[in-house]
Design a protein around this ligand. Structure first.
Ligand code: ZN
Length: 403
């Protein structure tokens, strides 16, 4: 997708065209109001000269034709002609941001903030826009302090809370993001429990890495009390018990998780595969795997189960699981790869040849296993927060190429 396009309700809109429409409304309104009401605090002024207005129209035409450079040049000229027209500044700043010219966008916001004759609401918006400029430019700490200032000046401004919260997630400040979600909930009365559960889970992961298992446990319990269906929280709770050497408890949690969330069974089995086991645990783990094999599993879960069996030298069970995965999804490349490796190791030429033929039959384009239901981003690994649209729980496993 082009960075300058937006998708709203299935309609593709050019961002410059959107800015253009906003500019037209703002400028036309500003022009006519300007004729009647002098700008706040300024001395009564004369109406704009006609050439001034035609410069705006020229700029808007460039925006609609997607000729940003010419639009910027024209609006810059308009600003020189009539430096009181604040909407032109705002539009120009937004155009610079879209073009990635962050320094210039910020200078425009600063010039608005420093003007004495500009009202507080416009200055507040300029501050907010500056936060957006910093965010887009990747100056995350500056963006954070700018949105903090917006909230200090306007404690009920929901969009500033949302931007600040998003930045705290980007910088992995999970505790603060959680506190901000509480504020967002109060202001907007929306149900964001599933996000808050993820934030507590992320905090628990950090605590686990630091060895603070009790604190991690508290965070995971809190997460599950807010959203008992949070897969990542239960997955992590299992890992925590595993780490505490309470493996039976860990397996019980994961077993329940697989039963209740067959779509995510593969993630749970991959987690188990990654855990280090003691020889004394093997009987318990094998019993778990054999129980799981009885469940109705999708191909990704069958593949993950096969890997768990293989890791424990249970070749036959592993092969059986791989073949069942390939029966349902013959183009599951990873499964074909492992199968080929096993046959190579065995020196089973006849079976290898037939596998190779099947592999050629299913050599299609590589499809990624996960897809965001919100923005369409595709990923090879599971992410609970989409790196594209920053939404939680929108990335889902895809089983069929047309998903
Ligand atoms: Zn997304």
């Amino acid at each position: 997708m082009d960075v300058s396009t937006l998708h709203i309700g299935g309609i593709e809109l050019n961002i410059f065209a959107l800015l253009g429409i906003t500019a037209i409304l703002g400028l036309v309104l500003g022009y006519f109001l300007g004729k009647r009401i002098p700008f706040t605090g300024s001395s009564p002024k004369q109406s704009n000269p006609p050439e001034d207005y035609s410069v705006f129209l020229e700029g808007i035409q460039y925006i609609l034709a997607n000729e940003t450079d010419q639009a910027i040049e024209t609006f810059s000229r308009a600003v020189q002609i009539n430096s009181e027209t604040i909407e032109t500044y705002v539009t120009l700043g937004n155009l610079f941001r879209v073009k990635g010219e962050i320094d210039r966008a910020i200078r425009i916001r600063q010039s608005i903030l420093l003007r004495e004759k500009v009202d507080q609401a416009t200055k507040l918006q300029a501050l907010f826009d500056m936060g957006m400029d910093y965010k887009q430019g990747g100056f995350l700490q500056r963006a954070i302090s700018t949105f903090e200032e917006v909230i200090r000046r306007a404690p009920k401004r929901l969009d500033a809370y949302k931007e600040l919260e998003d930045l705290c997630e980007d910088t992995h400040d999970w505790q603060r993001a959680y506190e901000l979600q509480k504020e967002i909930r109060k202001l907007s009365n929306t149900n964001n429990q599933h996000i808050m559960a993820h934030l507590k889970t992320e905090q628990a992961k950090v605590e686990m890495e630091r060895g603070n298992l009790d604190s991690a446990h508290g965070n995971l319990k809190k997460a599950l009390s807010m959203d008992s269906t949070c897969v990542d929280a239960s997955l992590q709770l299992g890992s925590l018990y595993w780490l505490k050497n309470r493996k039976r408890k860990a397996l019980a949690i994961w077993k329940k998780l697989i039963k209740n969330n067959p779509r995510w069974a593969h993630v749970i089995l991959l987690r188990l595969e990654a855990q280090d086991g003691m020889p004394s645990d093997e009987t318990m783990v094998l019993e778990f795997l054999e129980n799981v094999a009885e469940e109705s599993l999708d191909p990704l879960a069958r593949l993950a189960l096969a890997r768990c069996f293989m890791k424990r030298d249970k070749r036959e069970q592993g092969l059986a699981s791989l073949r069942r995965a390939l029966e349902i999804k013959p183009d599951l490349r990873e499964a074909r790869k492992i199968l080929g490796e096993v046959l190579l190791e065995r020196g089973d030429e006849r079976a290898l040849l037939s596998e190779y033929r099947l592999l050629l039959d299913h050599l299609g384009p590589v499809t990624k296993c996960y897809r965001c239901q919100q923005c369409g981003l595709e990923s090879d690994k599971i992410v609970w927060r989409c790196p594209g649209c920053h939404s939680w729980d929108t990335v889902q496993p895809r089983m069929i190429a047309s998903d």
